[in-house]
Design a protein around this ligand. Structure first.
Ligand code: FAD
Ligand code: FES
Length: 335
């Protein structure tokens, strides 16, 4: 039996490998051409120490100098002794280059490009190669802008299905990718993806979740919610989705459909602009209720344009709110 291991390198690159329950994660990585840091291979030196973010595994023999009892309790592992018993996410304290691996490259073609509103584009890509693309919901890829050497980062807005992946993209006036997608792109056009990348992804759900999205920062959350719909959760999940203008409010049908599939999922959508006709006005923080914070026993995920992420982070810090975990992603413009 094999399990899938997501190896997360410190430069943000993720590589997925299959590991048999009987082989060590270090051996499985080597079989896939990934050289994890190793020395003794015997549980004695600690060189192969990594952090298991999630998953079940068995550890073979090792000495305390290599991995202390406390470290093992915290989730640190020795990959030369670790045998996966379920899918796992393992954080490697080295760059992908040091481990002689690199971002994978995938060729695909546009299967659908649609302007959902003047400010927002939905893009889907399909291709044989994408059947091999695995990512953690919340992660992103770099998409090359056709006709140029430049790339732009986009978070997956859905799970991969039959070789197809989707994105939710803000139409930035005069932007390179935005102009391509609104003026030139058509079904069948070739596009190249490299990745997956990023440490903003859904962790094991062990407490309530609060998801805070600004504009197309909704994208990683619809992918995460698809995963939650598939696996189920006993914990409440609340999303607050804020946009600037009414025209920016998209994918409401998708959110309604996800709410119908996930009994514990609720959401609030709000519009900041004063001339909005939407019933819920104001910023994301104005719709944050004490009940959403579960007295701190909550994992908060926040994603959107940098000013929104900074404003919400500041709001949370200034009020002394201390969630159990706080993950965020800023949709920074490329240099
Ligand atoms: C990790 C990561 C994930 C991302 N995921 C997404 C995603 O899922 N969806 C999404 O829409 N975007 C996402 N972005 C942002 C995206 O990569 C691009 O920056 C954005 O789409 C603009 O690309 P463009 O080629 O159209 O414009 P560019 O040619 O890059 O920019 C044109 C001009 O507009 C400015 N500009 C660029 N972006 C903005 C902005 N948001 N607001 C105001 N001015 C801007 C630039 O500084 C420049 O002056 C992500 C960014 C990062 C870092
Ligand atoms: S390589 Fe020495 S403990 Fe794993």
């Amino acid at each position: 039996m094999t399990h899938q291991i997501a190896l997360q390198f410190e430069d943000g690159v993720t590589r997925f490998i299959d590991a048999k329950t009987t082989e060590t994660v270090a051996d499985a990585a080597y079989r896939h051409g990934v050289n994890l840091p190793l020395d003794c291979r015997d549980g004695a030196c600690g060189t192969c120490k990594c952090f298991a973010e999630s998953g079940r595994y068995e550890m073979g023999e090792y000495i305390d100098d290599a991995l202390s009892e406390l470290e093992a309790k915290q989730g640190f592992v020795l990959t030369c002794q670790m045998r996966a018993q379920s899918n796992c996410v393992v954080r490697v304290p080295a760059s992908s280059a040091v481990c002689r691996t690199q971002q994978a490259r995938f060729d695909a073609a546009i299967s659908r490009v649609e302007q959902l509103s003047p400010s927002t584009i939905s893009l889907s890509l399909r291709g044989e190669a994408l059947n091999k693309l695995a990512f953690l919901p919340g992660q992103y890829v770099n998409l090359q802008v056709p006709g140029s050497t430049q790339t732009r980062a986009y978070s997956f807005s859905s799970l991969p299905r039959d070789g197809e992946v989707s994105f939710l993209i803000r139409n930035v006036s005069g932007g390179l990718m935005s102009s391509f997608l609104t003026q030139l792109a058509k079904t069948g056009d070739a596009m190249t993806l490299t990745g997956p990348l990023g440490s903003f992804y859904l962790r094991d759900i062990t407490r309530p979740l609060l998801l805070l999205a600004g504009g197309t920062g909704l994208a990683p959350f619809t992918a995460m919610l698809e995963k939650i719909a598939e696996q189920g959760t006993p914990y409440p999940v609340h999303l607050i989705y804020g946009v600037t203008h009414d025209a920016d409010l998209v994918e409401m049908n998708k959110l309604e459909a996800l709410a119908a599939r996930i009994p514990q999922f609720t959401f609030t959508a709000c519009v900041a602009s004063e001339d909005s006709a939407w019933p819920k006005k104001g910023y994301v923080t104005q719709h944050l209720e004490p009940a959403h914070l579960h007295d701190g026993e909550v994992d908060v995920y926040l994603c959107g344009p940098p000013p929104m992420v900074e404003a919400v982070s500041l709001y949370i810090r200034e009020r002394g709110l201390q969630p159990a975990n706080f993950f965020y992603e800023k949709f920074a413009a490329s240099a």
